[in-house]
Design a protein around this ligand. Sequence first.
Ligand code: OOB
Length: 539
Amino acid sequence: MPVPAEAAARYRAEGYWRDETLGELLRGWASAYGASTAIVAGERGLTYAELDAEADDLAAGLREIGIGAGDRVVVHLPNRAELVTVLFALARLGAVPVLALPAHRRTEIEHFARLSDAVAYLIPDVHEGHDHRPLAGELLAEVDSLRHVLVAGEPGPFTALADLAARGAAARARTAGAEEPPTAGPTAADVAVLLISGGTTGKPKLIPRTHQDYAYNARASAEVCGLSAADVYLAALPAAHNFPLACPGILGTLGVGGTVVLAPVPSPDVAFGLVARHRVTVTALVPPLARLWVEAAAWERADLSSLRLLQVGGAKLDEELARRVTPALGCALQQVFGMAEGLLNYTRLDDPDELVFTTQGRPLAAADEVRVVDSAGADVAPGEVGELWTRGPYTIRGYYRAAAHNATAFSPDGYYRSGDLVRQLPTGHLVVEGRVKDVINRAGESVATGELEDHLLGHSAITQAAVVGLADETLGESICAVVTLSPGGELTLAALRGYLVERGVARFKLPDRLVALDTLPLTAVGKIDKKELRGRLER
Ligand code: OOB
């Protein structure tokens, strides 16, 4: 689904799109910052020059086994150096990674491999106690397009990435001095990565991001965060996700000559040590993790003094938690409301505190077009709640191989219908109010779950809240409040309803059921997983 020629010409003329690919960009960074440390993973450190050379070796090795321009490769790696080297190697070949998340399992991986006709599947040997090789063997036998399983670590019956890189290095040595083979690399308009949609319904979609749009995404995000060569970015979230990868994340940090530290897991017990050891200045978290960090900072003895910025996004950050970030962690807070489909909203470093605490930021680019519309697709009055529609220089015009879905997910004039309910302030900042599909229809009345969740979080005994609609014979849907409670906290349904009435919440919005859990289920990137909750409670 290409961007119409007129808009494309404008994005080029206005400097959003440059004639650059991720592979070429790394070449430039290596010549500018060659001896600086680009990546730290465990005990391993890679300079920019080493990263550049390793990407070349791997690209040559991949080429040796027949992987080339346009081929899709399902990349299923945790936060290890190989994830970064492979991304650049594939970029140089014009091959396209499908960026699966570590928590994905057979259902998702098989779907990605079949949908993309992937030729290779790239896995770690064992990660977090899970051996990835048996499933890889099954998929290799079952998915027709798959020809290779490549392993970061012990390969078992498959091919080790390290061997492939060595083979590539040897091939490169053989041809050194000879004329560079006239391999046609990708162009800036080609697809660089296929990201996974965070969609809450149906099977995950693949999101084609081009070299030029993704390069802009990372570069502009780095600018908004004031990133420089002095910054050390901790990739705590799974690095295959858009947020830690390019908002500004890994790519944005490398673009300014900074250092990326890859955390194997995002929990404070591991991550705090990395912050102290590597003098981390910036990181990004989803709200449930931000809560853990804020709480852990009170009792973990770790030197977090290097941190200057914590980005929080991926799901709504409640105001009360937002206000605790700076006192607890000693760094500034930035809210990020983004989507793999493109549009990114950031609170700015010089925004007044109130905007940082109570909004999810404003669009990154002047060329981002944002509409807030009602169910008929008409603009709502300024400040009213409606669905966010957007198009712009780094927002897709269609999902990959999804013609039927695209017909409804995008407007005829190319706006992405995000499904997010928002209101926009006069400053341009957006406040996320929930999801269109997350409205419960109880006995004919509409109840926005986001609004109710905000009220629940105002209760002193409640630490986390998710409101879900459950199928109900008489009501159509009933309202179920699922919460976690603060230590020693107690709550009954009657007391909760009384509290909500006192806050002026209409009676038809009161929960029919209250469920207190020790922990809420999380998605692959760590957001509260309502789909899973609903399934569990309806069983
Ligand atoms: C990020 O990307 P995805 O693709 O995993 O999820 C996108 C969806 C949005 O449509 C929205 O429903 C929700 O996640 N979301 C937020 C939010 N940030 C994302 N909802 C409320 N407040 C926020 N701050 O999640 C993502 C991509 C790039 C940067 C940051 C997050």
